[in-house]
Write a protein that binds this ligand. Structure first.
Ligand code: ADP
Ligand code: MG
Length: 397
């Protein structure tokens, strides 16, 4: 995967019509439709402002939610246009369709320094099928394609990848940062590279574990997935989260770590509970065996000491997956301690994954990390080393 892609700064946009793919998939109040968190709109502002200052005519587009049967007024981007207009302090012209007569007429009339927003790209059925005809129609309104929707780069849709077949395609500042920092850490990391992997299931992280075993110097395992590893080593896991189908895989990964000389750290103690609930009593388990009738909920103090120590002299730390059930305060300490250790290390610190990003924000360490990836599924596929269609389609530097 080549992460060295042209950006908006590598192409002359002045006086040009620019199709800008944003991630405006914002959460909305179910009853009123009001935007409950405008973070994604705010995140898009630097690229939009740059394009407008350069006197491009910006045709923004995005998907919102999952419309099933074509246009759905509840999933219109009109509220996003309104909020974007407030944030920019200038009019945002809203199109009534994606590639229909209204969009085409408004795009044709759009002047340098103006911005318009197409309707929800998923109102067109061809969007998720990456229909070349839809992509061609979208592209025909513009002269340059800029992608800044990192959260959607793992999808080969018409607006995230297809249009690049018809227009010179470059990244906006959001994707540029993801490629520079995360791409840099994977392709040419400042060593030692420590990967901390947790979360619920081994099965959802197989690609990540496998890819990082090829790159990292140390791999730290915590969270629900650690019990399948523990079981594979012969430990008792009680009622802990266990994926019996993945025991052999865990054994393979432990062997791979040995063969490659990668240090693989597993929990040496933990907090367990008799039931999965917020007010469950935490029992300290000193050792790797979780007693029958109990489930592992968090890493314990000795494990915290072992893991935070491994992070201290790291050059780069990549973290995906909470160390315990951090949503329950009694089992958030492991995740908090790791977040704190990352906040205090001089290493480049990268957090990927939806729940991991939420945990770091909830625990108050978000501004202490070098980079928190903005895409949930996209950042996981990035860490898997997979080719991302929305990145691969951009022009190489
Ligand atoms: P991400 O979204 O960052 O990739 P995951 O979705 O893989 O992370 O995992 C997050 C979830 O893992 C959290 O909801 C957390 O409660 C859960 N989890 C962590 N440790 C445990 C555990 N010991 N038992 C059950 N669930 C766990
Ligand atoms: Mg998750």
């Amino acid at each position: 995967m080549n992460y060295n892609k042209k950006t908006v700064k590598d192409i002359d946009v002045a006086g040009k019509k620019v199709l800008l793919r944003c991630d405006f998939n914002v959460p909305q109040d179910k009853a009123t439709g009001a935007i409950t968190d405008d973070k994604r709109i705010v995140a898009a502002l630097p690229t939009i402002r740059y394009l407008l200052e350069q006197k491009a005519a910006v045709i923004a587009c995005s998907h919102l939610g999952k419309p099933k049967e074509g246009p759905d007024p509840k999933l219109s981007l009109a509220p996003v246009a309104k909020r974007l207009s407030e944030l920019l302090g200038q009019d945002v012209i809203m199109a009534a369709d994606v590639v229909g007569p209204d969009a085409a007429a408004k795009a044709a009339a759009l002047q340098p320094g103006q911005i318009m927003l197409l309707e929800n790209t998923r109102f067109e059925k061809g969007e998720t099928k990456n229909d070349p005809e839809l992509a061609r129609k979208m592209a025909s309104m513009a002269e340059i394609y800029v992608s800044d929707a990192f959260g959607a780069v793992h999808r080969a849709h018409a607006s995230t990848a297809g249009v690049a077949a018809y227009l010179p395609a470059v990244s906006g500042f959001l994707i540029q940062k993801e490629l520079e920092i995360m791409g840099g850490a994977l392709a040419n990391p400042k060593r030692p590279l420590v990967a901390i992997l947790g979360g619920s299931k081994v099965s959802s992280k197989i690609g990540v574990i496998n890819n990082l075993l090829d790159i990292a110097d140390t791999i730290i395992i915590g969270g629900g997935m650690s019990y399948t590893f523990a079981k594979a080593m012969g430990a008792g896991v009680g009622k802990s989260l266990l994926e019996a189908d993945w025991l052999d895989y865990c054994k393979e990964m432990m062997q791979k770590a040995k063969d490659k000389g990668v240090k693989l750290l597993l929990p040496v103690d933990g907090l367990a509970a008799t039931e999965f609930s917020a007010d469950a009593q935490a029992h300290l388990v000193d050792g790797v065996d979780i007693p029958g009738g109990m489930m592992g909920m968090d890493i314990g103090p000795k494990t915290i000491a072992l893991y935070t120590d491994a992070v201290k002299d790291a050059g780069t730390v990549i973290w995906n997956g909470p160390m315990g059930v951090f949503e329950f305060p009694a089992f958030a300490e492991g995740t908090r301690a790791i977040a704190k250790a990352l906040a205090e290390t001089d290493a480049i610190t990268i957090v990927g994954g939806g729940d991991s990003a939420a945990a770091v924000a909830q625990l108050g360490y978000a501004d202490k990390m070098t980079h928190i990836s903005t895409g949930g599924g996209a950042s996981l596929e990035f860490l898997e080393g997979k080719e991302l269609p929305g990145v691969a389609c951009l022009l190489d530097k």
